[in-house]
Structure formats: structure tokens, C-alpha cells
Design a protein around this ligand. Structure first.
Ligand code: FEO
Length: 135
């Protein structure tokens, strides 16, 4: 069973970001499957890399659109993004150095962070961006 399953209550009412969130959920699930299958750290790093890269791409797109539209919650939102990026970078370094591995604790952290973020600060920008003509 997948760790995370998309449902419509996760929608932020901006289609491109719903699509990106679905892809992030898919990548988190791929990492979880690889961990459950007992894959080695090299393979886990191969899955973690694209997840980290796509997360940054997604954050950049949200930030660009929020900034472009003068969204008042931009700074708070960017801070949350920056904190997660720093956390994941730090973890990647530890995996590369062999001092950490993908664990159930990490998967739970990623799952909880993603769901709380999408249903919290992400959802807040929906009505504002919709008002600006972004759907
Ligand atoms: Fe969808 Fe703010 O990340």
C-alpha cells in the first residue's frame, strides 16, 4: 500500500500545483517502496536525488508565482520551503557520507511535512491566486 494517496481535499485550487503535488507524492512513495524493498544506499540515493530536485523545482515555481502576484504570505511560505530544502540537503550529505540511511522515521517526516504544508500554507495561496486569474 502506498504511503501517501492523493485525494481531492488536498487541492490548492491551482491546477499546475496540484499536478506537481501529485508528482511529489509519487516520488515520496517511490522512495518508500525502495526503502521497504531493502534497496542499498546507492539506489536510495538515486531515488532521493530526483525527489530533492523536483521539490526545489516545485518550490521555485510557487515562489515565482507568489512573488509575481504580490502574495502577502510570500515570506512566511518561502521560509518554510528554505527550511525543508536545508533539511533534505543535510540528510543527502549524511546518506552520501554513509552516516544516515532512509528510514521509516524519515519517510514519516516527509509524509507529515508534505501533507501539513499542502493543507496549510499552500492551500492559503489558492483563493488569492485565483482572484489574480491563476487557476
Ligand atoms: Fe507546494 Fe509550498 O509547496
Amino acid at each position: 500500500m502506498a504511503l501517501l494517496v492523493w485525494n481531492d481535499s488536498y487541492s490548492v485550487k491551482v491546477r499546475r500545483f496540484d499536478d506537481q503535488h501529485k508528482k511529489l507524492i509519487d516520488l515520496v512513495n517511490q522512495l518508500h517502496e525502495a526503502m521497504k524493498a531493502g534497496k542499498g544506499s546507492a539506489i536510495l540515493n538515486d531515488v532521493l536525488g530526483p525527489l530533492a530536485a523536483y521539490t526545489q523545482t516545485h518550490f521555485s515555481e510557487e515562489e515565482r508565482l507568489m512573488l509575481y502576484n504580490g502574495y502577502p504570505g510570500y515570506m512566511e511560505h518561502k521560509k518554510a520551503h528554505d527550511q525543508l530544502v536545508a533539511h533534505v540537503r543535510d540528510f543527502q550529505k549524511q546518506v552520501e557520507a554513509g552516516t544516515a540511511s532512509v528510514s521509516l522515521g524519515l519517510m514519516t517526516f516527509l509524509k507529515d511535512w508534505l501533507l501539513q504544508h499542502i493543507q496549510g500554507v499552500d492551500r492559503k495561496y489558492g483563493p488569492y491566486l485565483n482572484e489574480k486569474g491563476v487557476a
